[in-house]
Design a protein around this ligand. Structure first.
Ligand code: FAD
Ligand code: SF4
Length: 505
């Protein structure tokens, strides 16, 4: 049990009930841009407790709070998928009862150290205060609680009291695999996680850049999971290094958490030239260079001194942008084929839905500071890539497009005279992911849905093969860490129920 805190109310907060009138939203600071682009250290800082207490006090403790609803309506999220007990946590933080607040957070969120750093905070989009005022800084509070827990030794292994004697194999150690393994282990199942990479974490390790999530944070959590009794087998690709027969002979159930790794391809003339790279290869290479002193990687994947073109305007494109700036690129531009979202909510995107508004992310802010202009060009696509006599990329031809309605169809048409040829040495394709890799799915002859993801019943995680389950991006398609954690947790409960029902022991 954590030590009990003595309540210490924020001295200058008039009252919890009216703090939202007294204080406006104050976000945690980021390290200054000119300083942070010199390294790959995390840039997001933790707020002083006095500010955090005021911010937590802004929570109105609504009767019906949407911030923890965890629903999806018409494909758009409402609230935290993990259903974190946000008003209760905010109240405990306001009272200065940080250890208790961390414990409350831990009840629903297996890994606050990941979400406190990189969750887009779906909760804040549905905060009631956000209907008229800027929402409560829920994610910053979560980040603080994780730091508090680290500093006060609250992040301790909690091994299960008893074991069921059953064994479950979890394939893949991304956030869904880790959450599933954690929950199964807490329920007394003996879990082995098989991971094909040399380090655990999935996209948390090789994908999300270090300046957003320090890799030591992941490894510290893995050490706790190991101390709780979970086995990790690295460089253990199931279907290759680990035979499928071995899994079925030695485990009572198998959970597939292999992610959605097939990237959407750039299909234009010249897309195979040297210097056209895919975001994950580029980001993985950058992380490896930071982690392994001896590793230098292909020079092709270093942005130093290069004119960099990023194709894709999403979060992955932004991570590539920030990485290229840290590698000292000569110039960088980011193309997005969609129009810029509105600055405020559109009429068909009301609160409490996740707000689809223009966001200028950390990498874009860095580019504005370094190069003096926003790197994004909306409604712009690459038409062709051209190279020199050695097959190296030297330029891209782009054009602007407009979407127009023709009857009930939206047609994309090129804006006449908008074609431009621009210098390019490195083109990073960050156009999203289509589906999971096929080898394991085919070997197990699993049914897939119309998008190529592993098919499971609505609201369930069982696959078409008895005792095989799937969760995370491999099941729902490319998504977010918080959804992966939620799926991992729910899937584990289903596997545990399945094993109990079939009395497998
Ligand atoms: C560049 C980038 C940045 C992102 N940033 C954010 C962010 O800031 N916030 C956010 O919420 N989300 C972010 N995401 C999305 C998020 O990372 C994913 O939604 C999440 O990691 C999915 O988790 P997962 O466990 O389903 O799969 P993954 O994280 O993809 O993990 C799958 C794991 O399975 C392993 N594997 C696959 N096949 C096998 C096999 N046959 N045998 C053994 N192991 C296997 C893989 O090596 C991998 O480690 C980002 C994604 C990318 C690409
Ligand atoms: S996990 Fe994400 S959505 Fe849930 S409370 Fe934390 S920041 Fe909000």
């Amino acid at each position: 049990m954590p030590k009990k805190s003595t309540p210490t109310w924020a001295s200058d907060v008039v009252s919890h009930e009216s703090a939202f009138l007294q204080y406006t939203r104050a976000e945690a600071a980021n390290r200054p841009i000119r300083e942070r682009i010199r390294d790959f250290q995390e840039f997001h800082e933790v707020q002083p407790v006095t500010v955090l207490q005021q911010q937590a006090a802004r929570c109105m403790d609504c009767g019906i709070s949407f911030c923890h609803a965890g629903m999806t309506v018409d494909g758009t999220s409402i609230g935290c998928p993990l259903s974190n007990l946000i008003p209760e946590i905010n109240d405990l933080v306001y009272r200065g009862m940080y250890a208790e607040a961390y414990e409350r957070l831990r009840r629903t969120n297996p890994f606050p150290e990941f979400t406190g750093r990189i969750c887009p905070a779906l909760c804040e989009g549905s905060c009631t205060l956000g209907e008229h005022e800027p929402p409560v800084t829920i994610k910053d509070i979560e980040h603080f609680l994780d730091e508090y827990a680290q500093e006060h030794d609250l992040l301790l292994p909690h091994p299960p009291q008893a074991r069921t004697g059953r064994r479950v194999a979890v394939v893949g150690s991304g956030p869904s695999g880790l959450a599933c393994a954690h929950q199964l282990n807490q329920l007394g199942e003996s879990v082995t996680v098989f991971e094909r990479a040399d380090r655990p974490g999935g996209l948390l390790m090789y994908g999300v850049p270090t300046m957003k999530l320090d890799k030591g944070v992941i490894l510290s959590r893995i050490a706790i999971l190991e101390a709780e009794g979970i086995d990790f087998e690295l460089k253990a690709e199931v279907g290759k290094a680990v035979a499928l027969r071995e899994l079925f002979d030695n485990f009572d159930a198998v959970v597939l958490c292999c992610g959605s790794a097939i990237a959407r391809r750039l299909e234009v003339p010249g897309a195979n030239l040297k210097g056209v790279a895919y975001a994950i290869g580029y980001l993985t290479n950058a992380t490896r260079r930071q982690l392994d002193e001896a590793y230098s990687g292909p020079e092709l994947l270093d942005a130093k001194g290069k004119d960099v073109v990023i194709v894709g305007g999403g979060d992955t494109g932004n991570d590539c942008l920030a990485t290229a700036i840290r590698q000292r690129c000569r110039s960088v531009v980011q193309f997005q084929h969609n129009p810029a979202p509105p600055l405020t909510r559109a009429a068909d995107n009301p609160w409490p839905l996740w707000p689809k508004v223009l966001k200028t992310d950390y990498g874009q802010l860095e580019a504005i500071e370094v190069f003096g202009k926003d790197p994004r060009e909306f409604e712009t696509s690459v038409k062709e890539v051209s190279g020199d006599e050695n097959g190296n990329v030297v330029a891209v031809k782009t054009a602007r497009y407009q979407m127009q309605w023709q009857g009930s169809k939206r047609i994309k048409s090129e804006v006449p005279g908008s074609e431009l040829t621009r210098p390019a040495d490195l083109i990073l394709v960050a156009m999203g992911f289509e589906r999971p890799q096929g080898a394991l799915i085919e070997a197990l002859e699993l049914e897939t849905d119309d998008r190529g993801n592993v098919k499971t019943p609505t609201g369930g995680y069982s696959t078409s093969l008895n005792s095989v389950f799937a969760c995370g991006d491999m099941r729902r398609g490319q998504s977010l860490v918080v959804w992966a954690l939620m799926e991992g947790r729910e899937c584990a409960d289903e596997v545990h129920g399945f094993l109990n029902k079939h009395n497998l022991a």
